[in-house]
Design a binder for this molecule. Structure first.
Ligand code: PLP
Ligand code: COI
Length: 343
């Protein structure tokens, strides 16, 4: 794939597509330590055919963004939280844990080296950053690898779901993305492999994505295939599912904090029963890629439940969106430690 040039990109018309930018960061874990760490230009990876990532899915990843502020600075949103979550995912798959300082420094190196590709302030576009970790080397039995490859690449992106702040519709899935006591809490490749078929089925039927129900009884909402779920109750409470098999979304925890501390709302993680959607006046999907994407309608068992509206974003969802993105793009001061500048 050919490298893209910043001057060839229309930053006002970005989707969510891979681009081969000039630089990425790479490091190998060998003999019990990180080595050969630094920026590289080649977007291809050369690994052994016996790498555990290829056979046994020993891989995890993160998703984060760099934001251009009004005065042209570049900043990251809670990168220490991505480092910590990757450490937890690595612990689950018996992979080495990259220290937080090394992880955040590597992210900053990639952003700085590709700074021309951080979209201008103003239309919500960002530089999406994808750290990945994988087992490589020569192991063929079902055992963890003895070598690991860590990489971070990036690309400018716009909306993940086509609507942006215009609501789109979702459908529940009869499939599960993760098992009870499985790997749902970890951001591991296998969870996403399991979600490809249900996701494509939903897309083919015109939905943005599917919503998974709890893998034990299929009664409670878990999350969207690529984001967490939240609802605003009729009495103005922010509610988001609590479950051991969903990804602990950094955006979700940020919204719980902001709803409570900045908007004075009650905010809680709890059960969200699929047969009790009337308690919500608004609903949405939240995540790094999704930001806050309002859910217009949710189809379940052939019936469409409309929350606020299929065409207009609800007022509470908009308030949360303005607050969250205001902090991310530097227009509003966030809680201490949430923003890190890329100098
Ligand atoms: N749930 C899933 C399955 C995801 O892939 C993501 C994306 O990272 C999220 C939730 C949202 O997490 P975060 O807000 O940390 O990006
Ligand atoms: C993210 O929001 O960063 C994600 O990882 C979601 C999806 C693109 C897999």
């Amino acid at each position: 794939m050919a490298k893209v040039k910043a001057e060839d990109i229309d930053f006002n018309d970005l989707g969510f597509d891979y681009m081969d930018l000039p630089y990425r960061y790479q490091a190998y874990w060998r003999d019990g330590k990180w080595q050969d760490a630094g920026l590289v230009e080649d977007s291809d990876i050369h690994i052994s055919e016996s790498s555990t990532v290829l056979h046994y899915g020993q891989s995890d990843f993160e998703g984060m963004k760099a934001y251009r502020t009004k005065n042209g600075d570049i900043q990251l949103f809670r990168p220490d939280q991505n480092a910590a979550r990757m450490q937890r995912s690595c612990e689950r798959l018996l992979m080495p844990k990259m220290p937080t300082d090394m992880f955040v420094d590597a992210v900053k190196q990639v952003v700085k080296a590709n700074a021309d590709f951080v979209p201008p302030y103003g239309n919500g576009a960002t530089l999406y950053i994808r750290p990945i970790m994988m087992g490589v080397g020569g192991v063929i039995g079902v055992h963890p690898a003895d070598e690991y490859l860590f990489r971070i690449f990036a690309m400018p992106v716009g909306n993940y779901f086509k609507g942006g702040l215009t609501p789109t519709n979702f459908t529940t899935s009869e499939y599960d993305r993760a098992a009870h006591k499985g790997t749902g809490q970890s951001k591991v490749g296998g969870n996403y492999a399991a979600s490809l078929m249900p996701g494509e089925q939903a897309h083919k039927r015109g939905f943005s994505d599917c919503v998974y129900l709890d893998p034990v009884h299929h009664k409670k909402i878990e999350e969207v295939g690529s984001a967490n779920f939240f609802g605003i109750t009729q009495d103005n409470k922010f509610v988001t599912p609590k479950s051991p098999s969903i990804l602990p979304s950094i955006t979700k925890y940020s919204l719980l904090y902001l709803a409570k501390n900045e908007l004075g709302m009650e905010a809680e993680e709890g059960d969200v029963y699929i047969d009790d959607l009337d308690r919500f006046k608004e609903a949405g999907a939240c995540g790094t890629a999704a930001v806050i994407s309002p859910i217009g309608g949710l189809e379940h068992n052939g019936k469409m439940h409309v929350f606020y509206s299929e065409t207009e974003v609800g007022p509470v969802t908009r308030k949360l969106y303005d607050l969250l993105t205001g902090i991310q793009f530097g227009d509003i001061e966030g809680p201490e430690g949430w923003i890190q500048k890329v100098e």
